[in-house]
Write a protein that binds this ligand. Structure first.
Ligand SMILES: [Ca+2]
Ligand SMILES: [Ca+2]
Length: 360
């Protein structure tokens, strides 16, 4: 299985979530003409988390490419003011607005912001830039279905490395918003009530610990080695419960893999529980966890591909062993993905999964 699909990580979408709590941020005093939210704005605020900007001042700096136009103004917003961004892409492809904010450490944190988009269908990009110009970004549609205010919570796990500096997001110095070309054209964006909050600890895991209940193919992303195939099919598990069959075919030494984004804090050595059955050739099943810095840890089950019966397997996090990527430490405070992979002597079969959950 080697490092083959480590490189796939960047192709697999991340996901999103919500909630809030206080933490440290301060105005970027080094950030010249821009920056400096009013001191009064920096106390923990009633809306949750730490208020970064209530947009009571017009102190954001705009930029654009040669063809686009952008104009900033102040209007009423969520519980106060909003920044109104009127733009016309014309033949261009982006406009942006930025302000300096120092966030010492964005690990396990999130940005909370209200936005309201109108006009053409383009993309909203939010970027965090650190002291060595590392850019971490996230992209969302600018328009919502209702056209009304939308609350975005953008957690650490939603951001990914885009360009610049080293690959690590250090001390943040600037927050950028950009509107990038989708359909092009003109429109407006309102932004209001920008806060720094705690990232949701549960990520994509249900309150009862369930990661996957067998009911749907939704949320799985697949990858495969050379001349291999993988298809997901709904089927039936123990006692008539729903289950998902990962139907595969691999040559000897190749692999297939299915991934779910967890984006969860799994501190405290909980266990991963999986209800699983293998039908077909005696290939190996591997359960893997990928952490904040792409360290991949796994637990292998040789021959599980031919088990022929349902098994309940419980694996404490501490039983996962280092395979590749990142450093050699599993940082359980952010587990980005769970992978289920098949490798081994080759052939076809089905790995049927009834449930995956966290047991504490
Ligand atoms: Ca950096
Ligand atoms: Ca690590």
């Amino acid at each position: 299985m080697k490092r083959l699909h480590q490189g796939m990580a960047c192709l697999w979408a991340l996901s999103l979530a919500l909630s809030g709590m206080p933490l440290q941020a301060k105005p970027n005093t080094k950030a010249k003409s821009v920056s400096k939210p009013a001191a009064a704005a920096m106390v923990p605020a009633s809306g949750g988390g730490l208020l970064l900007d209530n947009f009571s001042k017009m102190d954001w700096t705009s930029a654009r490419d040669n063809s686009s136009e952008i104009r900033l103004s102040q209007v009423a917003g969520k519980g106060g003011s909003a920044l109104r961004v009127a733009y016309d892409m014309k033949n261009g492809s982006w406009v942006s607005f930025t302000k300096g904010f120092v966030i010492d450490d964005f690990r396990n944190k999130a940005l909370s912001i209200w936005v309201k988009g109108k006009g053409a269908n383009n993309n909203l990009e939010i970027k965090l830039v650190d002291e060595d110009d590392t850019n971490y970004g996230v992209k969302r549609p600018i328009l919502s279905e209702t056209g009304d205010w939308v609350h975005l919570t953008l957690a650490e796990a939603d951001f990914s490395y885009w360009w610049g500096g080293d690959p690590t997001l250090g001390r943040v110095k600037d927050i950028y918003f950009a509107i990038s070309r989708g359909d092009g054209g003109a429109g407006e964006l309102l932004v209001s009530d920008l806060r720094l909050t705690a990232a949701p600890k549960d990520g994509n895991i249900r309150k009862d610990g369930v990661i996957f209940d067998g009911a749907s193919k939704e949320g799985w992303m697949v990858a495969k080695g050379e001349a291999s195939s993988i298809n997901l099919e709904s089927t039936t598990g123990p006692k008539g419960a729903k289950a998902l069959a990962f139907k595969y075919s691999i040559p000897a030494g190749q692999w297939v893999s299915a991934r779910r984004a967890l984006n969860a804090d799994l501190s405290g050595n909980p266990s991963i529980f999986i209800r699983v059955k293998g039908e077909g050739e005696p290939n190996n099943v591997e359960i893997k966890l990928i952490d904040r810095d792409d360290s991949t840890f796994g637990k292998d089950f040789p021959g599980l591909g031919a088990s022929g019966q349902w098994q309940d397997i419980t694996i404490p996090l501490s039983d996962f062993a280092y395979k590749w990527g990142g450093d050699n430490r599993l940082d359980s405070s952010l587990i980005r993905y769970l992978d289920l992979a098949v490798s081994g002597s080759g052939g076809a079969g089905k790995i049927i999964v009834g449930e995956i959950k966290i047991v504490r």
